[in-house]
Write a new protein. Structure first.
Lengths: 137, 137
């Protein structure tokens, strides 16, 4: 199956709200199973361990499909691919971060942090920009 | 904590068209959402269906394949949200699509709500008492 076809099919399956279920014989680490059961019974994080597992699996697959779609889009339209500065600005805007209104400061922070940490994340940039904005003692 | 990201008409149109001047900023927001989903952050992008109509987003059309793959869920105009939207439209005089968007905001149980919009003024108006983050594009 081609990658594009697989992404389409994955998307279709995730959209399918059919209620039919299947038994599986998936083997998972016993400690993980017990942790899930405990989280459900004592912390109430989901109605059941099955619901917890299903939600986690769905979230992971949705993230995979989204990233695959974005990667494919960047390949076709390289100019649409955001750099670290763009992502830091977007992260700040989504969170209503105080530095969201200062995109140039975030771009500067992204440039500085990338020089020493090529794998830095948008959140790293925000933290660095925030630290740089603090008045020195 | 759950985070809802709502897209307005221009954000949707910008997402679809790589030549749109706001394409890269909106893609940046989608990328941040995808990265957070990958880290198991509870975050979801939605589009009110009336906004989808206004933007011309037909999910069966090949022209919309990229937004279709980004796991942006429909928030339907059901009976309850139609009532809320009608009240918003009556009170503020905004468009049907923006009224629906306001209904989505007002009924959202999420702890954090971000609106990606080209019209922050109207969004503030339709949000009522809800605490929202506005991302102006």
């Amino acid at each position: 199956m081609e990658r594009q076809t697989a992404i389409e099919r994955l998307s279709e399956l995730l959209d399918d709200d059919e209620l039919e279920t299947s038994n599986t014989s998936m083997r998972i680490p016993t400690a993980l199973r017990d942790a899930a059961a405990l989280a459900v019974s004592e912390l109430g994080i989901a109605p059941s361990a099955t619901a917890l597992t299903t939600a986690a699996l769905r979230a992971t697959l949705e993230a995979v499909v989204m990233q695959a779609a974005l990667d494919d889009h960047y390949e076709r339209h390289p100019q649409a691919s955001p750099d670290l500065g763009d992502l830091a600005i977007a992260a700040a805007e989504l969170d209503g971060h105080p530095l969201a209104g200062q995109p140039e400061r975030l771009r500067q922070a992204a440039a500085e942090i990338t020089a020493n940490h090529p794998g830095a994340s948008p959140d790293d940039v925000l933290l660095w920009a925030e630290a740089r904005a603090l008045p020195t003692a | 904590m759950t985070h809802l990201v709502v897209l307005d008409c221009e954000a949707i149109q910008a997402l679809r068209d790589p030549g749109h001047p706001k394409h890269r900023p909106v893609v940046s927001h989608a990328q941040v959402v995808a990265s957070r989903k990958r880290r198991a952050v509870a975050i979801q992008m939605v589009v009110p269906t009336a906004v989808r109509v206004e933007a011309g987003w037909d999910r069966t059309s090949p022209a919309w394949v990229f937004p279709n793959r980004l796991r942006i869920a429909d928030s339907p105009l059901d009976t309850a949200s139609a009532n809320t939207a009608a009240g918003i439209r009556d009170r503020t005089g905004v468009s049907v699509a923006d009224s629906h968007l306001g209904a989505v905001i007002q009924s959202a149980p999420h702890s954090q709500i971000t609106i990606v919009t080209s019209d922050p003024g109207d969004m503030r108006l339709v949000a009522g008492d809800k605490n929202i983050t506005l991302t102006a594009i």
